[in-house]
Design a protein around this ligand. Structure first.
Ligand SMILES: [Zn+2]
Length: 293
């Protein structure tokens, strides 16, 4: 599984978050739906495979995350929401774990800043938050978007997007080269596999979005990640996620594409350039070519 409920910080976490931890605790993760214990796996620097959560006991019989669950299969062809909404806990709220975050945004409205967290683990959350739906990176939100193509009308709260955008459908935007976007979104594009440009200030990633002529890309869109406020470990994480996705994409070339999703904005002066500034606001993963995206 690539999602788990962290019983200490009381929110959903993505398996890639294990990369960032100095010490990985083994007995604090459980299934978000049926609560069977999950063990972190493949999170060491020496592991080439992406981290995941391994279940230690079988999921309960009606758990949505059970490999026997028909929900995910059904969800590919039709909506599985019912009159009460989505049938199991899903990531519906992105929070930044820093109370000064809004201040940072007010001082610099360029891009969201999610990486300034200094909170201790026992300070997360508030009584008003449904912890089983709260995440602090976009990774599980992105997976949910990909896995449930017919349920993108469900509610999603993301800071720094327009207050009118309250669903998965309205927050996600597939980038088309040359189009002007006036507000922040979770943008996405296939990755054009060249080496990222790395400077002291930025990591720049070429996207397949952009202008094409006779099968050749004449004007690429680029994502520029401002890494000024990232630690060297966090910078390495961005590159690691990119590299892991590239390996996965190359291995299954016939069936998948490598994508990057990011919460960010378009440059005011260059509509082919996009900005973001944190590893928490980025998700690189492969998506089946047959998937509706
Ligand atoms: Zn379960």
């Amino acid at each position: 599984m690539d999602i788990a409920y962290n019983t200490v910080i009381k929110r959903l976490v993505a398996s890639e978050e294990l990369w960032e931890l100095e010490v990985v605790e083994k007995d604090i993760y459980s299934c978000p739906d049926c609560y069977v214990p999950l063990a972190p796996a493949s999170y060491l620097r020496t592991n080439k495979k992406r981290p995941y959560f391994r279940y230690l006991k079988p999921h309960k019989i009606d758990c949505a995350y059970s490999e026997n669950s028909s929900l995910i299969k059904t969800a590919q062809s039709k909506s599985i929401s019912n009159k009460d909404g989505f049938p199991f806990p899903y990531p519906s709220k992105l929070i930044f774990e820093n109370k000064n975050n809004q201040e940072a945004i007010n001082n610099d409205t360029d891009v969201p800043r999610a990486n300034r967290s200094k909170k201790k683990s026992n300070e997360y959350g508030s009584g008003k938050t449904n912890h089983h739906r709260t995440v602090s990176t976009i990774k599980n939100i992105v997976r949910h978007y990909v896995c449930f193509p017919n349920d993108r009308h469900v509610g999603l709260t993301v800071p720094y997007v327009s207050s009118e955008q309250t669903t998965y459908n309205s927050i996600f935007k597939n980038i088309w080269g040359g189009v002007l976007y006036s507000t922040n979104h979770i943008f996405f594009s296939k990755i054009y596999w060249t080496s990222p440009e790395i400077t002291e200030e930025h990591i720049s990633i070429r996207l397949t979005a952009g202008e094409w002529e006779d099968g050749k890309q004449t004007k690429p869109c680029k994502l520029r990640i401002n890494i000024n406020s990232l630690s060297s470990r966090q910078r390495a994480l961005v590159l690691r996620e990119l590299k892991t996705t590239k390996l996965e994409a190359m291995k299954n070339k016939a069936s998948v594409n490598g994508y990057i999703f990011f919460l960010g904005k378009q440059d005011k002066n260059d509509r082919f350039l996009f900005h973001t500034d944190s590893h928490k606001l980025i998700s690189c993963l492969t998506v089946l070519k047959s998937a509706k995206i």
